[in-house]
Design a protein around this ligand. Structure first.
Ligand code: 5GP
Length: 188
């Protein structure tokens, strides 16, 4: 489970992980946010209306959901249960509120905080992306400061300074975690 302030490069790192580590699948979240250019429905998110989201929430369809930067995001219970039944590892890209809730329900998860090299670099990355309005950008930057204080509640902190180095750090965490005695299944 990865969390990071907006612009820390978490989505690219998630993509890198999924390409480089066999057997990982992405947990596609549901959101009320508008699609950005290049995003695909069902791949990056399930994009739904506020009404549909509220209906799903009332039906207890989400293992966790939260309002982040003024939009709703949620992880479907069914996605987690299906992966657990089939023994697949999932990668979650969710905010700190969602990570806290998942930790309470699934304490065997591995929680990683992606830390930006500096606030200046974070701001520069967000500005270059040009996908947010000035108000949205300001809101994401002020949220970033609050989110970074939560990093200490995670199992690991990975600074995303150089992409390939950060990706290596993530791969090392996944490898070491997969070798934990508690996850050992004796060969038959
Ligand atoms: P973005 O709009 O930039 O794709 O994502 C904004 C924030 O929402 C990010 O911090 C991302 O991790 C978080 N997020 C995405 N999906 C979920 C989810 O299912 N649950 C929660 N709690 N946060 C999510």
């Amino acid at each position: 489970v990865g969390s990071a302030p907006s612009g820390a490069g978490k989505s690219s790192l998630c993509e890198g992980l999924l390409k480089n580590v066999l057997g990982l699948s992405y947990s596609v979240s549901t959101t009320t946010r508008k699609k950005r250019p290049g995003e695909e429905d069902g791949v990056h998110y399930d994009f739904v209306s506020e009404e549909t989201f509220a209906r799903m929430r009332a039906a207890d369809a989400f293992a966790e959901c939260a309002e982040v930067h003024g939009h709703w995001y949620g992880t479907k219970r069914a996605v987690i249960e299906e992966a657990r039944t089939s023994g697949r590892d999932l990668v979650f890209d969710i905010d700190i509120q969602g990570a806290r809730r998942l930790r309470a329900s699934y304490p065997d998860g591995v929680f990683i905080f992606i830390y930006p090299p500096s606030m200046g670099i974070l701001e520069e990355r967000l500005r270059k992306r040009r996908t947010e309005s000035p108000e949205d950008l300001a809101r994401r930057l002020s949220n970033a400061r609050l989110e970074m204080r939560e990093a200490w509640a995670y199992d690991y902190i990975v600074i995303n300074d150089v992409f390939d180095t950060a990706l290596d750090r993530l791969r090392s965490i996944i490898l070491a975690e997969s070798l934990r005695t508690s996850r050992f299944v004796p060969p038959s």
